[in-house]
Every structure is written in structure tokens, then in C-alpha cells.
Design a protein around this ligand. Structure first.
Ligand code: FO1
Length: 312
């Protein structure tokens, strides 16, 4: 069996599902997941990192599979009490979830980097794979809509993705530095595969791509870059990807995503429903990409790793 390292780029729930499959089929220490931090924001005085937390909870088996964010078996006493005294309740922070935001904020205020804090949390939660923020510097996704520019969580949660999207920007990206552990993972001579998880290409993967040095590191790596389509038969599995693509004047299809990744990826994995789709200059792989249960996640992880000739 060929052994080597794997890097996955991930946003929220779609990415975390494949990351869980990869985590289960790879040996401890083989996988590094680079997480989008463009969705991060400060709320109620706390540093919230939604995509990092979705990865932490999913890989630790603490996730709520129905909501797709936060912890399972959550209680909401804090939110109820906050609402009672007139506080802001549009962004739901569960009682258990609150602990991670309070602890992260405390450690950041004490001088630790987001990478250090995240690594400490994943170790405490018993996660074998490395989870690395794309940058320790702030990058904030902003959405230009027919209601003007909105900070990402205000567009996504507060306005429930209802305003029409005109453009996106990743404030701070131009001067952000790629996190040292992300660069190290991408420069590892033992790197066997770089996987772009089926996350929203525009909201979750583009902020990672916008960090200077990431593109160069991907091109410099000899490992193949393999992306999995987040669009199946013109529909997003979850979230606003298809709606947003239509608003940006793009046909919501796997082919459009392949085009978006042109020049970046070597292989594009599409669902069986899109077996006939064109994928530009990339090599096409077809298989079941819908991840309803752990077996599906492991199956897709095996399919993706199979591109490299691995037998895991
Ligand atoms: N998404 C929602 O739709 N509503 C919420 O109230 C909400 C709260 C929340 C709290 C913590 C957290 O880590 C994530 C949370 N999310 C919520 C999800 C999150 O905002 C988005 O799904 C991601 O940013 C997109 O990847």
C-alpha cells in the first residue's frame, strides 16, 4: 500500500462530511484539513469560526446532523435568557457550543494564534487529523447584494441568503499570510493528494484560494488536485450554492464548477447523475457523491483517494 499525506480544503457541512470519510480511512496524522475562515466573525464579543467548528464537531462525532452546524443534543438556555433581556438572538449559540467560542476567544486574547487554538481543541476532542485555518490573519467574506454590502453571517444567517448576490469579496485576503501548518502540509514531499471538498466554490473554497501563496503552493505540489462537485444534477445538496450561481449569472451545474476550477484541478469527481457532463480540461471521475451516512462518506473518500492509486 502506498502511504503518503493528504490535504483537503473544506468549508462547512459538505466539506466536513468528506473530511470525516477521509479521516476514517486514513491513518492518524496522514490528513491535514485546511479550513475556510472567511465566515469567521465577532459576535457578542466572541470569536466565532463556524467552518472550523463544523469540522471539529463532525470529526469528533459531536455534530448535529440535521442542522449541519453546532452540537447535537444542544440546549438553548443562554439564547432564551439573552432574548429575555433584549440581546441579539439572530445567530443561535447553543449552551454547549458557547464553550468553544468562549475558550477560543480567551486563548486568542492571551496571544495564541487561531492555528494553535484550533490544534489544541482538536487534540482535546480526540481528532487524529490536523485541522488548520487557512490563515491566522483575519479574512472576512462580504457579499454585495441588492440591499448593499453585507458581512457574510448577516447575509447567510440574519437575512437567510434572501438578498440577490451581485459580487463577493474577501476583505483582508490580499495581506493575509497562509497559515504555516497549511504551507507545510502543502509542501510536504510525501503529499499524495490535494482534495477540494464538495463545499461552495464561491463562498467556501474561493476565500481559501484568495490567500496569497495558496495558489502557488497548489501548483508547486506534485500531488494531483482532485475536486468533488458540490452540485448534483443542477442542485446543491445543502445551502445556497445553486441559488447564488443563478444570481451571479451562472448555470448551476457540475460543468460550471469544473470551469470555475479550470487550471487549478487535475481531476473532477461528479455524481452518477452527471456522468455525461463536460469537465473542461480535467480528468473526469464518476461515482456516488451524495453522503447520507458514514458508509457514503467513506465510499466517497475511497473513490477520491483511488484516483492516486491508493488501496485504502
Ligand atoms: N447557521 C444558521 O443558519 N443559523 C444560526 O443561527 C447559526 C448559528 C451558528 C452558530 C455557530 C456556528 O459555528 C455556526 C452557526 N451557523 C448558523 C452556521 C454557519 O453560520 C454557516 O452554516 C456557515 O458559516 C456556512 O458554512
Amino acid at each position: 500500500m502506498k502511504t503518503g499525506k493528504v490535504v483537503a480544503l473544506s468549508g462547512g457541512i459538505g466539506g466536513a462530511k468528506l473530511a470525516l470519510g477521509l479521516d476514517r480511512v486514513l491513518a492518524p496524522g496522514q490528513l491535514t484539513i485546511i479550513a475556510n475562515t472567511g465566515d469567521d466573525f465577532r459576535h457578542l464579543g466572541l470569536h466565532i469560526s463556524p467552518d472550523i467548528d463544523t469540522l471539529l464537531y463532525t470529526l469528533a462525532g459531536l455534530d448535529d446532523p440535521v442542522r449541519g452546524w453546532g452540537r447535537r443534543d444542544e440546549t438553548w438556555n443562554f439564547m432564551q435568557a439573552l432574548g429575555q433581556i433584549g440581546g441579539e438572538t439572530w445567530f443561535q449559540l447553543g449552551d454547549g457550543d458557547l464553550a468553544i467560542h468562549v475558550e477560543r476567544t480567551r486563548r486568542l486574547a492571551g496571544g495564541e494564534t487561531l492555528s494553535e487554538v484550533t490544534d489544541g481543541l482538536r487534540r482535546r476532542l480526540g481528532i487524529a487529523s490536523a485541522i488548520v485555518p487557512m490563515s491566522d490573519d483575519p479574512v472576512r467574506t462580504r457579499v454585495e447584494t441588492d440591499e448593499g454590502w453585507l458581512d457574510f453571517q448577516h447575509y447567510f444567517v440574519r437575512r437567510r441568503c434572501e438578498p440577490r448576490v451581485r459580487a463577493l469579496e474577501f476583505a483582508g485576503a490580499a495581506t493575509a499570510r497562509l497559515a504555516a501548518n497549511a504551507l507545510a502540509a502543502l509542501s510536504d514531499p510525501a503529499l499524495a493528494a490535494i482534495i477540494i471538498c464538495p463545499s461552495n466554490p464561491y463562498l467556501s473554497v474561493d476565500p481559501i484560494r484568495a490567500v496569497p501563496g495558496l495558489r502557488e503552493a497548489l501548483h508547486a505540489a506534485s500531488a494531483p488536485v482532485i475536486a468533488v462537485s458540490p452540485i448534483i444534477a443542477g442542485q446543491a445538496v445543502k445551502g445556497p450554492t445553486a441559488k447564488m450561481m443563478a444570481e451571479l449569472g451562472l448555470m448551476p451545474s457540475a460543468a460550471t464548477v469544473a470551469e470555475h476550477y479550470a487550471g487549478l484541478i487535475d481531476v473532477f469527481v461528479v455524481d452518477e447523475a452527471d456522468a455525461e457532463t463536460g469537465v473542461g480540461g480535467a480528468e473526469k471521475r464518476v461515482g456516488p457523491t451524495l453522503m447520507r451516512n458514514l458508509d457514503d462518506k467513506i465510499g466517497l473518500a475511497r473513490l477520491v483517494l483511488g484516483v492516486t492509486g491508493w488501496t485504502v
